[in-house]
Design a protein. Structure first.
Length: 398
């Protein structure tokens, strides 16, 4: 039995309700998760799991982070909703806290409710600023599934049912400088890239590629948008992944872990880009709501105080090396940055992800058909990662 608003209900009934009444766009697991703490979650039967899904990168600070929880409680008792035309203390504090951690040229914030909305906003700001329409993105890149963001998402299975999308969009091979140079021209509004491709197989950009992207966009009068929806908030071993490369974009998009578990997104940009958008040219009812802003302030302060990116920088390489030591001919490559790790196999990974869950109670996710992706909360203990390595060893060698 599990409690819902003070009423006890058989958990199987609730699981069946979700699966039968859902639209069906997601493949559902056969477990009902009821609680989380740090890097572990528990199902309705009391079974404990090590969570290397991490809410697709949302749970960087750990499930039920106490400082975020306290901030949510206090804000919920005070003010939940207020549009952006009416300023609130939490919104101002969130803006001030966020931009203090970024390069000084990134000093204007547009808040949204999610990562795909942040990328939608970034595209519109780029169009408004450049008065151009062409976009350049990378093969295997993923920027969201709403129609604008989908236009710069590579995966054909996501795109093709909804064609035509925004255009023109030109996709170039990731890390191919010459292809990028040929694609960006006087009609290009923006180049949008992930510093590490997440859905595309956990593939880090090369320094040469991002440096070239910065140089080429400046030469051609286009904007550089860096999508750090998944790589931000310490995930890669720095506060933000662009810090690894010494490249500052014109627009930076963030979401996922930014709210400590509460839905949130932002597009942060240069002042002159922000001023290009006409009044009322873009908007959002819930973006910048006080609850999300309070959670965001708590999440940013917790990250800054604990310096969790240093933990990711230490544990990530160690974890990847341990995975590489697994004696399995099925392994093609282990790659990543910080605690954003991909294990590529020479075959499909879905059966192994299922075995990790059912036999070892380790939750992981796919990044394409042949890559197991690990996005554990950055608070995860080394002993838990050792258990993950042993579980992966068992399913790949037995």
């Amino acid at each position: 039995m599990v409690g819902v608003n003070g009423v006890n209900v058989d958990w199987r009934t609730l699981l069946e309700a979700e699966k039968s009444l859902d639209t069906g766009v997601y493949t559902k697991h056969d477990l009902l998760l009821v609680r989380g703490q740090g890097a572990r979650v528990w199902d309705a039967e009391g079974h404990e799991y090590i969570d290397c899904v991490g809410g697709y990168g949302v749970a960087n600070l750990g499930h039920a982070n106490p400082e975020v929880v306290e901030a949510i409680k206090k804000q919920a008792e005070t003010l939940l909703s207020m549009p952006q035309t009416l300023p609130t203390p939490t919104r101002g504090e969130f803006y001030r806290t966020l931009v203090s951690l970024l390069p000084p040229e990134l000093n204007r914030v547009f808040p949204t409710n999610s990562g795909t909305e942040a990328n939608e906003a970034a595209i519109k700001f780029a169009w408004a600023h450049t008065k151009r329409r062409k976009l350049v993105a990378a093969m295997r890149g993923f920027s969201g599934r709403t129609l604008g963001s989908l236009s710069v998402t590579w995966e054909p299975k996501y795109r093709e049912p909804f064609m035509p999308l925004l255009g023109p969009v030109e996709f170039i091979p990731f890390n191919d400088v010459e292809a990028l140079r040929k694609a960006v021209d006087e009609e290009t509004a923006a180049v949008i890239l992930e510093p590490v491709q997440g859905e595309g197989g956990v593939r880090p950009a090369t320094r040469e590629f991002l440096e070239a992207a910065r140089e080429i966009t400046r030469e051609k009068g286009a904007l550089l948008i860096l999508d750090e929806i998944q790589t931000g908030m310490g995930r890669t071993g720095r506060r933000f992944a662009f810090e690894h490369y010494g490249v500052v974009p014109d627009i930076l998009t963030l979401a996922k872990a930014l709210g400590g578990g509460v839905p949130i997104g932002v597009a942060v940009m240069r002042e002159e880009v922000a001023k290009s958008m006409p009044k009322g040219g873009h908007g959002t009812t819930f973006g910048g709501n006080p609850l999300a802003m309070a959670a965001g302030v708590a999440a940013l302060r917790y990250l800054e105080r604990t310096r969790l990116w240093e933990r990711a920088a230490e544990l990530g390489p160690w974890f990847m090396e341990k995975l590489r030591e697994i004696p399995s001919p099925k392994i093609r490559e282990v790659r990543g940055l910080g605690l954003m790790v991909g294990l590529e196999l020479k075959e499909k990974v879905a059966p192994y992800i299922e075995r990790l869950e059912k036999e070892h109670r380790v939750l992981t996710l796919q990044a394409g058909p042949t890559v197991i992706r690990f996005l554990p909360p950055l608070v995860i203990e080394k002993a838990d990662l050792e258990r993950v390595v042993e579980a992966v060893r068992a399913v790949l060698t037995q």
